[in-house]
Design a protein around this ligand. Structure first.
Ligand SMILES: *[C@@H]1O[C@H](CO)[C@@H](O)[C@H](O)[C@H]1NC(C)=O
Ligand SMILES: *[C@@H]1O[C@H](CO)[C@@H](O)[C@H](O)[C@H]1NC(C)=O
Ligand SMILES: *[C@@H]1O[C@H](CO)[C@@H](O)[C@H](O)[C@H]1NC(C)=O
Ligand SMILES: *[C@@H]1O[C@H](CO)[C@@H](O)[C@H](O)[C@H]1NC(C)=O
Ligand SMILES: *[C@@H]1O[C@H](CO)[C@@H](O)[C@H](O)[C@H]1NC(C)=O
Length: 550
C-alpha cells in the first residue's frame, strides 16, 4: 500500500468514531466555501502586486494552501453550476453566458447537486448570498434543491444597499432578496456584504457541531453593483479606512474587498469559537476573473493574465483560491492544477457518498494532503456553440478557437499596483487578522515573516517574453495554441509551428462538443417576468403563469 493510501486509511479510521449507542458513525467534515464574485487574480495581497489588502484570505493561504493554479469557469452561472454539479458547464447546458433576470431557464432539474447528496448523509446545508442558477420556476431555487436554508438573492447582481436588480439594457427592475422562499425586507438599506457575513455567523452559532455542516457563503463582493450609476459601492466608513489608496475608484474597490475579507475572518473565527475547525475544510475562491471592460466592469485586476471575465483567456479563468483544513498540507503554495469541478467528487468521497450521476472532476484529496500530482490533465474551459468559441486545456497545451464579444476582451488589462499598502508591515498585518489567530494554533511550526514573504514571492506568475517563432493570436481568424505552463500570459501563439498538435486539439474539442449538452438558455421574456406584476419583486413567474400552479 502506498504511503498516501495508508495515511488516507488512517484518516478514514480517524473520521469514524463509535458513539454511545454503539453504532459507528462517520464523522463527516464540515465544509465551508466562501465565494468572491468577479474578483481578479491580482485582487489579493498574497500576490504582492495589489492595492487591495486581504489579510484574512492571505492567512488562510499561508497557514493552509495557496492554490496558485486554480481554475474556475468564465462567468458566474457556469462557475456556480460547475461547483454544485462537479460537471463542466458544457455537460450541463450552462455554457452559454449567464442567466439573465428574465430568461426562463435554470440549472437543469435532472441534475442532482452537491447539497442534495450531502443532505442525504446528515449534513445541514445553507446558502448565503448569490444563487444565479435560476428562479423562473420555484423548483429551480436553492431551498428546492438541497439547501435547508437560503438568505440572499436569485439574480446575478444587486445593488449593495437597495437590493434591486435592474436588467441591463431594459427598464425592467425589481427587488431581489429572500429568506428561504419568502421575500424579506429585513436587510433593505444594509450593505449586503455585512448581511451575508452576519447570516453566516448566525448559522455557525446556531449549529450543533455534532452534525456535519455545509455552508456556502456566496458574497456579491466585489462584483459591480447593479444600478448603472455607481458600480462601486461601500459604506463611507469602509472607504475612509482605505485612506492610503489615492485613486477614488480603486479606493472604493479596495473597501469592497476589505469588507468581504473581514467577513471571511469573522467566519473562520466563529468556526474556531465553536471548536469546529478541527473537523473542517475552509475554502475561498473567486467565481471567475474580473471584467475590466464591458458590462459590470470594475477596477479589479487580472494581472498579469490576458483577457477577463466572459472570455477564453486565463484572466477569466485562473482565479485566486485558498484552502485550509487540519488534514491538508500546511504553509504551502501549490502549483497543482485544480478546477472548480474537483470539489464535488472530493467532498463526496470524504462524506462517503457515491454519486449516482457522472462527474467530470477528480477527487483531489491526495493532492491536497500529500502533494501527489494532480490527476488532472485536461480542462474543458468552454465550448460555446451559440457564441462560437472554445477554450480547452490538454496536457500543457491550451487551444483557443473563436472568442467573445468580437474580441473586445482579448487584451491584457490588469496592472500591477505601483506599491503595496504597508508593504513593510505586511506580515504583521496578516498575523493580526482574525483568520490567522484562529488557524495558526493548528500549524506544527510558526511561519516567520521571512518565510511568509518567500511564499508571497513564489505566487508570482512570470510571463514569457515574446518569442520570434510565435505569431499573433487572432482567434476569430484561426485557432491559437499556447504552451500554457511556459506562457501563462498567452503571448506566444505557437499554432503555426505545431500544426499537428493544433489539429489534435481541434479533433478533441469536436469530440467533446459532440458529447456535450446543448445550451439550455432561453430568450428573455420581459413582459412575463416583469416585477411590477409581483409587488416589485422578482419571482417564479413561469409557475405563476401556469394554471397547474395556481
Ligand atoms: C425605458 O423607458 C423610457 C421611458 O418610458 C423609454 O423611453 C425607453 O424606450 C424604455 N427603454 C426600453 C429599453 O424599453
Ligand atoms: C449583525 O448581527 C448583530 C447581532 O448578531 C447585530 O447587532 C448587527 O446589527 C448585525 N449587523 C448587520 C449589518 O446586520
Ligand atoms: C475623489 O473623491 C473626493 C471625495 O469624495 C472628491 O472630492 C474628488 O473630487 C474625487 N476625485 C475624483 C478624481 O473623482
Ligand atoms: C473554430 O470555431 C468555428 C466557430 O465555432 C468553427 O466553425 C470552426 O470549425 C472551428 N475551427 C476549428 C479549426 O476548430
Ligand atoms: C410589497 O412591497 C412593499 C415594498 O415595496 C412591502 O413593504 C410590502 O410588504 C409588500 N407587500 C406584500 C404583500 O408583500
Amino acid at each position: 500500500m502506498s504511503h498516501f493510501l495508508l495515511k488516507f486509511y488512517i484518516f478514514v479510521i480517524f473520521l469514524s468514531e463509535i458513539s454511545r449507542d454503539g453504532i459507528v458513525h462517520a464523522k463527516r467534515p464540515h465544509i465551508i466555501i466562501m465565494l468572491g464574485d468577479d474578483m481578479g487574480f491580482n485582487d489579493v495581497s498574497y500576490h504582492a502586486a495589489s492595492e487591495c489588502l486581504t489579510p484574512n484570505i492571505d492567512a488562510i493561504g499561508y497557514q493552509g494552501m495557496i492554490l496558485n493554479r486554480y481554475y474556475a469557469s468564465d462567468m458566474c452561472t457556469p462557475s456556480r453550476a460547475a461547483l454544485l454539479t462537479g460537471r463542466y458547464p458544457v455537460n450541463t447546458g450552462m455554457q452559454n453566458f449567464v442567466i439573465r433576470n428574465c430568461e426562463p431557464f435554470g440549472l437543469p432539474l435532472d441534475l442532482k447537486i452537491l447539497p442534495e447528496y450531502l443532505k442525504e448523509v446528515g449534513y445541514r446545508t445553507h446558502l448565503v448570498g448569490k444563487w444565479h442558477l435560476g428562479f423562473c420556476r420555484k423548483a429551480f431555487t436553492p431551498t428546492k434543491r438541497g439547501f435547508d436554508t437560503f438568505f440572499g438573492y436569485y439574480t446575478g447582481a444587486i445593488d449593495y444597499f437597495t437590493h434591486l436588480s435592474p436588467e441591463p439594457g431594459t427598464n425592467v427592475t425589481g427587488y431581489d432578496f429572500r429568506r428561504n422562499l419568502d421575500v424579506t425586507y429585513e436587510g433593505e438599506g444594509v450593505y449586503s456584504t455585512y448581511l451575508f457575513t452576519n447570516e453566516s455567523l448566525r448559522i455557525i452559532r446556531d449549529h450543533n457541531p455534532e452534525e456535519p455542516l455545509f455552508l456556502l457563503t456566496s458574497y456579491n463582493s466585489p462584483h459591480a453593483a447593479a444600478n448603472f450609476g455607481t458600480p462601486l459601492e461601500a459604506p463611507q466608513d469602509e472607504i475612509d479606512k482605505i485612506y492610503y489608496v489615492k485613486n477614488n475608484e480603486t479606493k472604493i474597490y479596495a473597501a469592497m474587498v476589505a469588507a468581504m475579507d473581514r467577513g471571511i475572518g469573522q467566519i473562520v473565527a466563529e468556526f474556531s469559537h465553536k471548536k469546529m475547525l478541527s473537523n473542517s475544510i475552509v475554502i475561498f475562491y473567486s467565481d471567475n476573473g474580473v471584467p475590466e471592460e464591458g458590462l459590470f466592469a470594475t477596477v479589479g485586476s487580472n494581472y498579469p493574465f490576458r483577457g477577463q471575465k466572459h472570455s477564453p483567456w486565463e484572466g477569466g479563468l485562473r482565479v485566486p483560491a485558498v484552502l485550509w483544513s487540519p488534514w491538508t498540507l500546511k504553509q504551502k503554495v501549490s502549483e497543482n492544477l485544480i478546477q472548480n469541478t474537483d470539489w464535488m467528487p472530493t467532498f463526496l468521497a470524504l462524506a462517503g457518498v457515491k454519486p449516482t450521476q457522472p462527474i467530470d472532476g477528480y477527487n483531489i484529496w491526495p493532492t491536497l494532503t500529500e502533494n501527489v500530482p494532480s490527476p488532472r490533465y485536461e480542462i474543458i474551459n468552454n465550448i460555446n456553440p451559440i457564441e462560437g468559441w472554445s477554450s480547452y486545456y490538454y496536457k500543457g497545451w491550451k487551444y483557443i478557437n473563436g472568442t467573445t464579444s468580437d474580441g473586445m476582451f482579448d487584451e491584457w488589462y490588469g496592472t500591477r499596483a505601483a506599491y503595496q499598502p504597508f508593504a513593510g508591515k505586511y506580515p504583521e498585518i496578516v498575523k493580526s487578522s482574525l483568520a490567522w489567530k484562529a488557524l495558526a494554533p493548528f500549524s506544527p511550526r510558526s511561519l516567520s515573516n521571512r518565510r511568509m514573504r518567500a511564499m508571497q514571492q513564489s505566487t508570482k506568475v512570470v510571463c514569457q517574453p515574446p518569442v520570434p517563432y510565435a505569431t499573433e493570436c487572432k482567434p476569430l481568424e484561426a485557432p491559437c495554441l499556447f504552451k500554457i505552463n511556459e506562457d501563462p500570459c498567452e503571448i506566444n501563439n505557437v499554432a503555426a509551428i505545431y500544426p499537428f498538435q493544433t489539429y489534435l486539439m481541434h479533433i478533441l474539442v469536436k469530440r467533446l462538443e459532440a458529447q456535450s449538452r446543448y445550451p439550455v438558455s432561453k430568450p428573455s421574456d420581459y413582459e412575463a417576468c416583469d416585477p411590477r406584476k409581483f409587488n416589485g419583486t422578482y419571482t417564479w413567474w413561469v409557475d405563476l403563469e401556469d394554471p397547474m400552479y395556481q
